[in-house]
Design a protein around this ligand. Sequence first.
Ligand SMILES: O=P(O)(O)OC[C@H]1O[C@](O)(COP(=O)(O)O)[C@@H](O)[C@@H]1O
Ligand SMILES: [Mg+2]
Ligand SMILES: [Mg+2]
Length: 355
Amino acid sequence: MHLGRKTLSKYLIENVSGSKDGADLAALLVDVAAAVKAISALSSKGALGGATGSMDTTNVQGETQKKLDVLSNTAFVNTFELGGLVAGVASEEMDDPFPVRAPHKRGPFLAIFDPLDGSSNIDGNVSVGSIFSILRAPDGKEPEMQDYLKPGTEQVAAGYALYGPATLLVITVGKGTHGFTLDREVGNFILTHPDIQIPADTNEFAINTSNERFWEPPVIRYISECKAGKTGVRERDFNMRWIASMVAEVHRILIRGGIFLYPKDTKEPLKPGRLRLLYEANPMSMIVEQAGGLSSTGRERIMEVVPTQIHQRIAVILGSSHEVARVIQYHQEHDEGKGEPFSSPLFSERGLFRA
Ligand SMILES: O=P(O)(O)OC[C@H]1O[C@](O)(COP(=O)(O)O)[C@@H](O)[C@@H]1O
Ligand SMILES: [Mg+2]
Ligand SMILES: [Mg+2]
């Protein structure tokens, strides 16, 4: 063990515990870390832990639940119930929020979380994560639905855990974004990535291009320009990544820059995007903005969107500020009828269907 390393607890004592409800918030983040350690231990055992594979159940969004989705959800709920620091919880894996009645008092916060993100990757032994958002609970009464439906600007803390080759916990309490690595033998989270800054420029984009035919013109324009590389208006080559675990995607962007897009599409017209506002988009937006990046739907800042439903979906474009700003500009130009007209290769001069 290296003495002098800054643990999560020390960081929280120095940076959180002095503010309003700060000691409670610090204790709650220690509870989050405890749940993360439990999920990390479980997921790292793989098939030996009996936690791989699917359940017979679906969640409220119609997705088949993985065993680890359910076990991770239980780890968070049990930890929050025992800790007594939250008055209620909401999760991707639970139809509705429910109040937490601690034995002695009602906690001052609400916790909203995606217990296991990227769970389609578990059986392939690819990185997965957990995402959490902390709001203030209403004073002196049991929380109601409207207490959870707050814009991201009201989050008092947010973060994610990444279960990769190493387990990391990345948090923000509104004072920058900081990353802690789990020292497995000792059981402590150690500050290894203080004050993360996302580079403003990048040559790397992340998007699921199998959805290309469902995208809006501004996104088609942006991605086609990236793909054109040196031969197009960008005059430089881009690289692409897609892990299908938002946590792993965002973490890579925090470390070396990049832009992540899960934009609005017409694949399922009733769903304005794939990702969920309250427990994926909002906490990741706070993390990214606190690290100097931008996070937008393309038309508005995600953290200013007022939620109407607990499992609401939203378009997400986040990461390196210059690239996100460019995509926002393309949306503006398109909406004002000024965008570059997109021409499909199928209909171009030498295309298959030339008029
Ligand atoms: O298969 P797709 O559409 O590329 O989906 C990938 C996206 O879905 C998600 O896995 C959704 O998360 P869950 O596993 O929590 O449902 C994101 O992490 C990721 O960005
Ligand atoms: Mg998710
Ligand atoms: Mg999930």
